[in-house]
Design a protein around this ligand. Structure first.
Ligand code: PXP
Length: 251
């Protein structure tokens, strides 16, 4: 079965926040993504509010008719917002105020009681609890221990190995295939634990098909590349391209 695509629209808000202007509208972007065939919308409400704002989340909750997934750190401030806004899913992530983007998966194993408490509050509110982790067996086991329903495997190491000239060198291609194997093994293990498996970070129309060939992965969260392509081909075209690339791998 082809994996679902949630389009991460953070960078529509990045352009808006560059001017603190009313446009471009994240609401219009979400509707357009859904009309283009996206299965859901993802946003990351960061502690520093560098792109998505609280009001965006509440408005999207009222507008999105497919599936709304919100990435956030497991802080008390964010948990309160999550429980109030009630998106379909919350993906807990590690957040570092100085990072340009999420730098890797969260350390579930090292923060068991904090993550367990957050997962339990989300599940009580009927919000799907997903954990963004590196494709490591000990993190998958920990995700199972804290009763998460889903893990999102961080694909940034794989994506990085496939970027530009790096992928043409034997070293880059070898690293990409090693990272792909790591993702495949992690997806298999997570499924054995009864966890649903999502994946994302740094994926593009050129590198996603190899990942969508991994049957256990049922959801992708992809943002930067889709919004970047939208500058040239429009948002509708960019979503279609990505849906096609995901489908191509799953055949
Ligand atoms: N998944 C998670 C947990 C993320 O933090 C991000 C980046 O916000 C993504 C997926 C999407 O990554 P990208 O923008 O590189 O597609």
């Amino acid at each position: 079965m082809t994996a679902r695509l949630n389009v991460n629209i953070d960078h529509v808000a990045t352009v808006r926040q560059a001017r603190r202007a009313p446009e471009p509208s994240v609401i219009a972007a979400a509707i357009m993504c859904e009309q283009a065939g996206a299965d859901g919308i993802t946003i990351h409400l960061r502690g520093d509010r560098r792109h998505i704002q609280d009001e965006d989340l509440y408005q999207l909750r009222r507008t999105v008719t497919t599936y709304l997934n919100v990435e956030m750190a497991a802080t008390e401030e964010m948990m309160k917002i999550a429980l109030d806004a009630r998106p379909d899913a919350i993906t807990l992530v590690a957040e570092n105020p100085n990072e340009v983007t999420t730098e890797g998966g969260m350390d579930v194993r090292g923060n068991l009681s904090l993550v367990r408490a957050a997962v339990s509050r989300l599940r009580e509110a009927s919000i799907t609890a997903s954990l963004f982790i590196d494709p490591e067996p000990h993190q998958i086991e920990a995700a199972h221990e804290v009763s998460a329903q889903q893990v999102e495997l961080c694909t940034s190491e794989y994506s990085d190995a496939t970027l530009g000239a790096r992928s043409f060198h034997t070293e880059g291609a070898l690293r990409a295939s090693q990272e792909l194997r790591r993702l495949r093994e992690a997806a298999t293990l997570a499924t054995q634990y009864g966890l649903r498996v999502a994946a994302g970070h740094g994926l593009t129309i050129r590198n996603v098909s190899a990942v969508s060939a991994i049957e256990e992965i049922t959801e992708f969260n992809i943002g930067h590349h889709i919004i970047s392509r939208a500058v040239f081909v429009g948002l509708d075209g960019a979503v279609h391209e990505m849906l096609g690339a995901i489908r191509a791998g799953s055949k």
